[in-house]
Write a protein that binds this ligand. Sequence first.
Ligand SMILES: Nc1ncnc2c1ncn2[C@@H]1O[C@H](COP(=O)(O)OP(=O)(O)OP(=O)(O)O)[C@@H](O)[C@H]1O
Ligand SMILES: [Mg+2]
Length: 342
Amino acid sequence: MSAIRILRGEYRGKTVKNQSFSLVSGFQTGAKGGYVTVQNNGTFPNCPATVRIRVDAISDYEMISGDSVEQNTPAPTATAKIAETEEQAMTRIRERFEILTEMSKACIGGDIRAMIVSGPPGVGKSYGVEQEIEKATLFDKIAGKKLRAEVVKGSATPIGLYQTLYKYSDPNCVLVFDDCDSILLDDVALNLLKGALDSGKKRKISWLSESSTLRREGIPDSFDFKGSVIFITNLKFDKMKSQKLRDHLDALQSRCHYLDLTLDTMRDKILRIKQIAKDGVLFDGYDFEPETQDSIFEFMETNQVRLREMSLRMALKIADLRKLSPDNWRRLAETTCMKAAD
Ligand SMILES: Nc1ncnc2c1ncn2[C@@H]1O[C@H](COP(=O)(O)OP(=O)(O)OP(=O)(O)O)[C@@H](O)[C@H]1O
Ligand SMILES: [Mg+2]
């Protein structure tokens, strides 16, 4: 079992500082923020055998031994959702995305070697990760260092995946697999991914069959992968129905940090859209008056059931139509953005 030292944390109102525990499951986010689950080794008398220690960030603890951390972010319970005010929900959502930023930074910096980000379409997963990579690349350019990052989108053949992993196997490399879920359906590719996403100190990746392509390109049949990997997906790993896939996904989840953005309800998605718009960045470049923005939100809220998707992307599509036709945009949106009425 892995051991962990909490640098700064809190349990039932008491500060936990520089104390070590056996790790049950790694960093997760719940309705009240981040926490890690550890064994109560007697530190907290009259408390359960396993306890959740609140930590604000992954930098608030360090691994002492072992490095495989299993994480499941349970969906908040229905009652917790109902009790949550709009403001609290906004804070929760903002925190999730702050964690995405922080963990992306940690991956880029090599402090975390592997993470899976899961969330519904069009909420800003790719945006969050790519922004951090851009910042880091820019910073590196100035500092004269070299970060090598590559975003792989869509499908990849197993041998293509092996070649990419080899190409980005140095410690200063970050590989982002964005919407590459097809990798999960191929046994060979999946095993390569398992190797790369393993947070263990040594990640040896091998190509088991003879390949003239690899030989021609001078790529060895096995190598140590030392880069960082971020896997972005729409799949909710813990909710998959297929048992075979579930087993594989469990294996992946247990190997690395797993961040579920949990924007699952319609309300959460609408709040996220409003949040980004309120921050002044979503409709940047459209020159909309506040009333115009409000009319777009109102339209989306009124038609939430009929819209094909509730996402930032959808808000941008509707904004395009509003700009195109200030008088007729609702009609255009009805035709192009909505499911047909029954
Ligand atoms: N924080 C943000 N500020 C401004 N625009 C944003 C922000 N986050 C996302 N967007 C915009 O919203 C759109 C959707 O974001 P993005 O592509 O990152 O979603 P996604 O979660 O990766 O979706 P998918 O799962 O479909 O790939 C993009 O056009 C992006 O530019
Ligand atoms: Mg994306």
